[in-house]
Design a protein around this ligand. Sequence first.
Ligand code: SAM
Length: 524
Amino acid sequence: MASTFLSVSVRPPPRPPSLPLINCRTTTNSSHFASRTQREPPPLTSILQNPNPSPSPPSSLTCALECPHFQSCSGCTHEYNLHHPAIVDEATDFFKALGVSDFTFDSCRLWGWRCRAKLAVRGSSSEPLIGLYEEGTHNIINIPDCKAHHPRINAAVELLKQGIAELNVEPYDEDKGTGELRYVQMAVTTYDTSLPVSQRYQNGKVQVALVWNSRNENSPSSEKLNALANYLWRNGGPRRKINIIHSLWANFQTSTNNIIFGNRWRHLFGGGDFWEHIGGIDVSLAPSSFGQANTKAFDSLLRKLQKYVPYGASVVDLYAGAGVIGLSLAATRKCRSVKCVEVNKESKLSFGKTVERLPVNLDCSISWHQADTSIEPLSWLVGSEVVVVDPPRKGLEPSLVDALRTISSVELNYRLPESPSLKAKDEKRPWILRAKEASMQYKLGPTKEESDSLPQTLIYVSCGWQSFKEDCASLLSGKTWHLDKAHGFNFFPGTQSIEILAVFKRHRGASVKKKKSGKKKRPS
Ligand SMILES: C[S@@+](CC[C@H](N)C(=O)[O-])C[C@H]1O[C@@H](n2cnc3c(N)ncnc32)[C@H](O)[C@@H]1O
């Protein structure tokens, strides 16, 4: 996961004046930016009429960001060669040294790719600032023409600014802890079956979550919150000719730390369910649950990932969020079982909704568990042939790396009890009991016998290149795993980030030592 919000950048040297600028975009609208000498936002209608999507793949070596905010905004760190960040060459060499010479890189969509953004709201009600930190400072700047954002996010931000000014909403003051609106999260759904497929992306609609500086909806400032939500719904909702708002939510947060969301959410307007079609399934994503920012690139990664999972396999999806990876495998690979493990309890609701849209005849046992994978990780690995890990940027927990490294030599202490009721009765470990309480179990089809197999395939999805390299070295040092395949995806064009999909296989013969039964061998 890459956070939109706090990014540190290293600027490349400025482009020499003589270097020709070849733009990879077919629908360039550079005059729109060239003529804009001031930084004030364009009117909402102009944003909507110039959605500036980039439907075609790159064709030259100098695909350029061409963003007017590049010098000041901390969001993007690289202006040229968006389709081929330098880190790709490093990754190619890295994987080659490990015996994988067919590393591939998918450059994905280069502009308008960000379908999920968390933006700070600062400034004053007459001149609100909604955006990211200014490079090297703690000041927020407006980024109305951001080239990474889906154009509908820019349009919704513009509308929000108008609402703030008109209704005299007070932006948050970090130093004093005063003000009303702290942050806004904008997430775009591009799944509208009433439109032809070719028109769906550009006509995405935005789920807006307003982070309000009060304890709950009964506080005195709630009237202002409702008025703002009303304004956005009236001016961007379904009654408008161009409907940009999908739904409106409030989150209540009064803490002075830098955690964006509080625990309390309230649905205000529009669809309570937010659907996207990713990896071959309909996925529900509540504003409180983790969602990938680059919807299209994530879809490409999932399509590739699916090919490495054998039909009918049992899968455990660690760091699962709302279970998008696991559930897309359940549907497309007809998995026997899929177990999703995630620490954030907010993802459970979205998981349940997504399961309800899976085909009923899947013949798969599906579960979601709220648990920390670093605690007794082996207990989650037992019973699955394939393990998928998709950790945050810091990489895998050391205890999980250890469990994976030593998986072949570990005695199998985790024999599954004969019946679930017996299992529940005998279980004493509080963290396992807590995870069970918070879990969700579905059986789509007849019940299958659970196995005590251990994973033969490890699929690592990484958004942190440094931590991936370290985890990779640790995993390979155990001689249990070898690296089989690796692919890169351009999840964050304009930065030196790369999303990696790496497939490890367990060495043949590296099998589990079964626990001794205690029975004496019968003489032959
Ligand atoms: C990069 S996201 C991936 C989510 C999901 N695979 C997806 O693509 O939608 C990482 C997820 O790991 C979860 N997480 C972080 N640390 C964890 C831990 N120790 N145990 C379980 N989940 C954890 C986060 O809450 C987050 O949802």
